[in-house]
Design a protein around this ligand. Structure first.
Ligand code: FES
Length: 107
């Protein structure tokens, strides 16, 4: 069973989130996190690329909804965090939920 205190409210609604190229950068507990608007809903991941620390908040999305790091162009699946080349890099993904109380991210 999930503990309610692990969910952190990041906005009341999607209009409150400041997206640029479908990616917003937020800070929670000293962690920089990307919130990403994808064709299948909101996703969230750590901003720090697991390859060499690039800033994914300045990256971009491909047509499949993968996030592409601006430094070496590795792509990461926002469902499971895997790099799409299969090199074994994992991006930290955070669960999100939306309801009438707002948009929440699970830490
Ligand atoms: S730092 Fe992101 S792909 Fe290398």
């Amino acid at each position: 069973m999930e503990k309610e205190e692990k969910w952190i409210k990041i906005a009341q609604n999607i209009e409150e989130i400041n997206f640029e190229n479908n990616i917003a950068s937020i800070q929670i507990n000293e962690k920089l996190i990307c919130v990403i608007k994808t064709p299948v809903g909101l996703r969230a991941c750590l901003s720090k690329c697991p390859h060499a620390g690039g800033d994914l908040s300045t990256g971009f999305l491909d047509a499949k909804g993968n996030i592409i790091c601006p430094v070496h162009n590795y792509r990461f699946n926002l469902q499971n965090g895997r790099d799409t080349n299969g090199e074994g890099y994992f991006l930290k993904i955070f669960q999100m939920k939306e309801n009438e109380s707002g948009i929440f991210l699970k830490m």
